[in-house]
Ligand binder design. Structure first.
Ligand code: ARG
Length: 462
């Protein structure tokens, strides 16, 4: 049997393999509520401009509502022979209301329909993701506030560099996440034009009102070029690109949690709820959630690359290649959302081992820069020379097997006469972080001020 929706010129139905490669219903059924919302808006508009009689319009809309309920309640039988969500819905509508159903597809095509459906879907996904990002930011702010004064080693090259506060470290992620949410907001704003009514590629000869459908679906305006509207998947790419950057941040954080929760570091302990044990080594607590976040991020980068590759060779306008946009995007957005939720749970639940962090903060001569800065500030030594003197102090401490703050004043005098016992004030880790009061620096007072500022920025609107 040829296809009921488009089979007029076909003598036979598709080969089984053709059906398998062609059908998208297995995954695009997820678009059902967007598809039906688009169809209802379209039918309302067709009624308003007298392309549909009031009677047909009402029958179509109430039939579509029934279809929506059937799908929502799991009572709908999807058919692969009907290819996709658009034709499954329309076919069921015909079962329910008869021939009037055939009038719904006036002045539109599956090409503008699918672009509209997917935009609505991605727009909802963006809204959910932004809310999730903000929830994670709030959790990190709590940690930052509680640990505004907790010292830890700051690293460059993963070598002890200068002491920082744990709160400052948490706020670094709050900043990253704010940029991530901003990119998603930008993508949403650019996405928000309605393709509906672009029809197959060239627009339509019917006197449709595209502003009306755009408004009904919460779009800011209709798209201005029908060719562009049906062949554009930038909105998916932009979202996946923004998601990829955010995912990269989550992965870096996950990596830090893996390192910090190791026995060697011991900076944090992940809660039982977010760790797993080993079936053979009873002592183990594994940071599986962090590892899986780090790993799953690959799918998001993969989806972005995959869709770029799908799109890069396509002439205008629609090509069936574009049907490949959905599965990768669904998988990426699902997993991204899961990673955000897992990171939020894990970060909220972890405990910070302040003693262990403080002990590590002083290791590796982390206050060497403070000594150099003191020489510049108090003894008026040029920084290059101060750097050299400090290098000798580090060598002396290394030779004695102690930290800089355990050198005696005699040790220091031998290195440079200008050093006085005043210097010991800056060699402690606590004083080091306290002194970093430049804007954006790690000093506890800065951290507290930033937390307060973020609380205002993240306060729920309205
Ligand atoms: N299932 C298709 C997709 O996801 C819908 C659009 C089909 N359009 C067409 N002319 N065959 O892209």
């Amino acid at each position: 049997m040829s296809n009921r929706m488009w089979g007029g010129r076909f003598a036979s139905g598709p080969d089984a393999i053709m059906e398998e490669i062609n059908a998208s219903i297995g995954f695009d059924k997820r678009l059902y509520s967007q598809d039906i919302a688009g169809s209802i808006a379209h039918a309302e508009m067709l009624g308003a401009v007298d392309i549909l009689s009031a009677e047909d319009k009402d029958a179509i809309i109430s039939g579509l509502e029934t279809v929506r309920d059937e799908i929502a309640q799991g009572k709908f039988t999807f058919s692969r022979a009907l290819e996709d969500i658009h034709m499954n819905v329309e076919s069921r509508l015909r079962d329910l209301i008869g021939d009037a159903a055939g009038r719904l597809h006036t002045a539109r095509s599956r090409n503008d329909q699918v672009a509209t459906d997917f935009k609505l879907y991605v727009r909802d996904a963006i809204d959910t993701l932004i809310a999730q990002i903000e929830t994670l930011q709030r959790v990190l702010l709590e940690k930052a506030e509680a640990h505004a004064e907790s010292v830890m080693p700051g690293f460059t090259h993963l070598q002890s560099a200068q002491p920082v506060t744990f709160g400052h470290h948490m706020l670094a992620y709050v900043e990253m996440l704010a940029r991530d949410a901003g990119r998603l907001h930008d993508a949403r704003a650019r996405l928000n034009e309605s393709p509906l009514g672009s029809a197959a590629l060239a627009g339509t000869s019917f006197p449709i009102d595209r502003d009306m459908t755009a408004r009904a679906l919460g779009f800011d305006r209709p798209t201005a070029n029908s060719l562009d509207a049906v062949s554009d998947r930038d909105f998916v790419l932009e979202t996946l690109s923004a998601a990829s950057i955010c995912a990269m941040h989550l992965s870096r954080f996950a990596e830090e949690l893996v390192i910090w929760s190791s026995a060697q570091f011991g900076f944090v302990t992940l809660s039982d709820k977010f760790s797993t044990g080993s079936s053979i080594m009873p002592q183990k607590r594994n940071p599986d959630a962090a590892e899986l976040i780090r790993a799953k991020i690959g799918r998001i980068f993969g989806a972005f690359t995959s869709l770029l590759v799908v799109m890069k060779g396509l002439p205008l306008a629609y090509s069936k290649d574009m049907q490949e946009d959905k599965e990768v995007a669904f998988d990426a957005l699902d997993n991204f959302s899961l990673c955000l939720a897992a990171m939020t749970g894990m970060a909220g639940d972890l405990s910070v081992n302040t003693d262990k962090m403080a002990a590590a903060a002083g290791a590796g001569f982390s206050t060497a820069t403070d000594l150099a800065d003191w020489l510049v500030r108090v003894a008026n030594v040029p920084f290059r020379e101060a750097h050299h003197i400090t290098g000798r102090a580090v060598a002396a401490a290394e030779a004695k097997g102690c930290g800089l703050d355990a050198l005696t004043i005699e040790d220091f005098k031998e290195i440079d006469e200008r050093i006085t016992s005043q210097v010991f004030k800056v060699l402690s880790v606590e004083n080091s972080v306290k002194s970093r009061t430049s804007f954006g620096g790690t000093a506890p007072e800065n951290v507290k001020a930033q937390v307060a500022a973020w609380r205002v920025r993240l306060a729920p609107q309205g």
